[in-house]
Design a protein around this ligand. Structure first.
Ligand code: FAD
Length: 464
């Protein structure tokens, strides 16, 4: 008789949500975690610590740039970096302890240590072998190295996001390799704290894959904030020289070679699935060329009784995607029939302004040959955004040309990451732009800009 119904390997947002949902559904559950604290990348070295530093550095920026105009007299902000890191660590601790509390509350055993799967139905942690009817791999991801470049990460001078969240001091000069979400968020943090930040991106623009119009505007805004952004550049080498590093790159347009010095180089060129030490080879679990565990629509691997979710499988590497899969696989094991609509997973960049999107981009619709219309509304026409001194950006809603059904939405502006959910819900229910436009929105809110963008898909907004 197995001692568990379910053993989850990894306690990130995929694993811990899965474990809690399994327990709620009456399954005897354990979760294996090798870190000292629960919560995975997200709570320990990802979403949560980065948002703590983004919040604190945003306030520094507000103090130094907007307070005076609002009639608030303060001295220029002085940064006590150690204290800021303590604050960030406190936020991490409160969240990881929260998951520990939820495990106890739901009677989930935390099997402490690194787990492997010696055979289907068995999980080994240290010398102990546990048995389970179902094993769920939620082992997450690690930072990727810079493709095609010679780089040695020491997490001091040449760092991944993990090192960037605990630098001993604020660097004078930082180079960020990779103009994606993580690079831009952490680059913004250090820019606001006084570093000179240069972002080097291989593609011709930042945030590849985002709606082109949003990405172009975002790049302009970040440049205005003082971030230097070099696009179309391939980094070939990052050399560490005692207390500094030298980054060599080639501009793709003319093959010219360049070098740039930095106190810290942040490598933020994406993440790769973490499967090391699980024993997948011996088990015969299929893994794709990109290192992702292959699963079917029910998150089953090719080996019966073994499932995988989150960053370790295909799809956007996002905490909420991992969470939804964690819930879904638990419900499937319990005999329910959950469904995740992968078209409705929002993506958010937590800079100022925030960037949020859901559904199709214009580029995707053009490629698919689908007839669409666009409704746009600028935050300059939104009273609340102006009062917040954050009237940069716009809401863009894309709807089917004939049926008016919403196909996608892209926001760049204040609290975009909160506003996007109204559109996610609308899309979940198959709403038209007119449905949103006819829904009363409280005044004055930034969400009124969503309504006006929806109106712009029809007869036109009021305030533009
Ligand atoms: P993870 O969170 O990576 O957790 C996996 C866990 O499994 C780890 O704790 C690991 O120690 C453990 N583990 C692995 N192998 C074993 C083993 N053999 N035995 C025991 N334990 C094991 N996403 C967002 O949605 N929003 C954000 O704002 C955001 N910000 C981010 C900022 C940064 C700097 C980074 C790096 C990532 C960010 N992400 C964000 C991405 C997000 O963190 C991941 O998508 C998410 O954590 C994936 O969850 P997961 O459960 O699949 O894996």
């Amino acid at each position: 008789m197995p001692n568990y119904d379910v053993i989850v390997i990894g306690s990130g947002p995929g694993g811990y949500v899965c474990a809690i949902r399994c327990a709620q559904l009456g399954l005897k559950t354990a979760c294996v975690e090798g870190r000292d604290t629960l919560g995975g990348t997200c709570l320990n070295v990802g979403c949560i610590p980065s948002k703590a530093l983004l919040h604190a550095s945003h306030l520094v920026h507000e103090n130094d740039h907007n307070f005076e105009e609002m009639g608030i007299k303060t001295a220029s902000a002085k940064i006590d970096w150690k204290k800021m890191l303590d604050y960030k660590d406190g936020v991490i601790g409160a969240n990881t302890k929260g998951v520990e509390f939820l495990f106890k509350k739901n009677k989930i055993d935390w099997l402490k240590g690194w787990g492997s799967i010696p055979a289907a139905g068995k999980v080994q942690v240290g010398d102990d072998v546990h048995e389970a009817k179902h094993i769920i791999i939620a082992s997450g991801s690690d930072a990727a190295s810079i493709p095609g470049a010679e780089v040695e990460i020491d997490e001091k001078i040449v760092v991944t996001s993990t090192g960037a969240l605990e630098l001993p001091k604020i660097p004078k000069k930082m180079v960020v390799v990779g103009g994606g979400v993580i690079g831009l968020e952490l680059g913004s943090v250090y820019k606001r704290l006084g570093s000179d930040v240069t972002v080097i991106e291989f593609m011709d623009g930042i945030t590849p894959g985002a709606d082109g119009e949003v990405a172009r505007n975002f790049q302009k805004i970040l440049k205005k904030q003082g971030l230097e952004i070099i696009t179309g550049a391939a980094v070939s080498r990052v050399e560490t020289l005692k207390t500094k590093a030298k980054v060599s790159y080639k501009l793709r347009k003319d093959d010219s070679e360049h070098q740039i010095d930095a106190d810290v180089v942040l490598c933020a060129t994406g993440r790769v699935p973490h499967t090391e030490g699980l024993g997948l080879d011996k088990l015969g679990v299929k893994v794709s060329k990109r290192g992702q565990i292959e699963v079917d629509a029910q998150y089953r691997t090719n080996v019966p009784g073994i499932y995988a979710i989150g960053d370790v499988i295909d799809g956007p590497m996002l905490a909420h995607k991992a969470e939804d899969e964690g819930g879904a696989v638990a419900e499937m094991i319990a005999g329910q029939k959950p469904h995740i609509d992968y078209n409705l997973i929002p993506g958010v960049i937590y800079t100022t302004p925030e960037v949020a999107s859901v559904g199709a981009t214009e580029e995707q619709l053009k490629e698919a040959g689908r007839a669409y219309k666009v409704g746009k509304f600028n935050f300059m026409g939104n009273g609340r955004a102006k009062a917040m001194m954050q009237a940069e950006g716009f809401v863009k809603i894309i709807a089917d040309k004939e049926s008016d059904r919403i196909l996608g939405a892209h926001i760049i502006g204040p609290v975009a990451g909160e506003m996007i959910h109204e559109i996610c819900v609308a899309m979940e229910f198959g709403a038209s732009a007119e449905d949103l436009a006819r829904t009363c929105h409280a005044h004055p809110t930034t969400s009124e800009a969503v309504r006006e963008a929806a109106m712009a898909c029809g007869d036109g907004p009021i305030h533009a």
